[in-house]
Design a protein around this ligand. Structure first.
Ligand code: SF4
Length: 385
């Protein structure tokens, strides 16, 4: 079995009681069967047995929460009492794995770290170098019966697509908005090939954008010229810019709300950014852009890291549903939503931001989106409309 990891994978270490927003509060942890069995088998004589029995909802198979939605095992120092009493091996699958996230393909496991963890978001957003990926192989054999219908051919195409898209997103000679626009446009063309049953032609689409993909993945000068002109027209048309941004932002209201404070933040941002008119919005965006360029020197890199994170995590999942465009757009949209909410935070803070604000908005966005399968599906659905 091959395992792949982003190059910052080994930098992560849970900061436990120092974490400003522990993952042990706010979400209901569903306990896997093997762990439930283990908890049941703890001896009645064990001093932790009573607490264990009382803190698990055995019917719903979840850990109970207090009125502040903190896990019943989380103590006032934000440490896990079960971990302290029964050791690391006692943790259920979710607790033992998070923030690691694994996408499964035939003979391949792609392991990432979820940026819904503030510490992972900090590692990623403080990283200046382009993200790369490494692989390791172990002797494990895949159960091929589980992958009888796996489309190797399609998966190979998707790996090429992802590689090209990531290279474009990491081309720092281009403005990050231009890179995003190119990837967005390319996604529609790829989707057309797949919808028409011509997945083979995806290769032609890639070559149209970057030439021979085995050489390097620089976007052709012609494509840059065309896309730059389209983007300039779009940004120079306040009505279109405002309507498109507002339309995109409204999609957030289609997601289920996991945390109330997030709903409030989205409402606030909507009002502050779109509550007036297109001229106000366009001038705000311009001013914010200038402020970012002069004060947040790594914003373009951070934008890139966010899009690359989502592309690397989700794009190849299209092997199961064929939804390349929606997965690509969901990746670019993540950076857009984070940008918009940050702009509202900047306004609220008297036109100032600190790095911590970028980390906060990023991990909060990821929590709302990535910790709900309903929201992930809904976001993809929205992106395909
Ligand atoms: S959110 Fe991340 S750093 Fe915080 S407690 Fe959970 S795993 Fe640890």
């Amino acid at each position: 079995m091959i395992y792949t990891y982003p190059d910052y994978y080994k930098e992560f270490k849970c900061i436990a009681d120092e974490c400003k927003d522990t993952c042990c509060a706010g979400w209901q942890i569903v306990v896997d069967d093997a762990s439930l069995k283990r908890y049941k088998s703890v001896s009645a004589e064990h001093e932790f047995k009573e607490r264990l029995d009382k803190s698990i909802d055995w019917k719903e198979e979840v850990f109970k929460q207090d009125e502040c939605r903190r896990c019943a095992f989380l103590n006032e120092k934000n440490l896990c009492d079960m971990y302290v009493a029964l050791g690391e091996e006692s943790l259920c699958h979710t607790c033992a794995t998070y923030p690691r996230h694994i996408e499964e393909f035939e003979n391949l496991r792609e392991v990432t770290l979820s940026i819904s963890c503030p510490e992972v978001a900090r590692i990623l957003l403080c990283k200046v170098d382009k993200v790369t990926f490494y692989e390791e192989e172990n002797g494990e054999e895949e159960c091929l019966d589980d992958y009888e219908d796996f489309d190797d051919l399609m998966f190979g195409i998707l790996q090429d697509v992802r590689q090209v898209m990531i290279s474009i997103m990491q081309d720092r000679t281009l403005d990050v908005r231009l890179r995003s626009a190119i990837v967005w446009e390319m996604a529609d063309e790829l989707q057309e090939c797949i919808d028409n049953g011509d997945a083979f032609y995806c290769q032609d689409v890639l070559e149209k954008y970057v030439g021979d993909i085995s050489l390097n993945n620089s976007v052709s000068a012609q494509i840059i010229k065309e896309m730059k002109s389209k983007l300039d027209d779009f940004l120079g048309n306040p009505k279109q810019y405002y309507d498109t941004s507002l339309g995109m932002f409204k999609k957030l209201y289609q997601l289920e709300v996991l945390m109330e404070d997030w709903e409030q933040q989205v409402d606030e941002a909507a009002l502050m950014l779109y509550g007036k008119d297109e001229k106000y919005y366009a001038s705000l965006c311009r001013e914010f852009e200038e402020w970012l360029n002069s004060n947040m020197f790594y914003w373009q890199v951070q934008f890139e890291q966010i899009v690359v994170y989502f592309l690397s995590t989700y794009l190849c999942g299209a092997v199961y549903d064929g939804w390349v465009a929606s997965k690509t757009k969901m990746s670019v949209a993540a950076a857009f939503y984070i940008h918009e909410i940050l702009m509202s935070v900047w306004l609220k803070n008297g036109k100032k931001l600190v790095e911590e604000d970028i980390i906060n908005v990023t991990y909060r966005y990821s929590r709302e989106l990535e910790h709900s399968d309903i929201n992930l599906d809904e976001m993809e659905e929205c992106m395909s409309q």
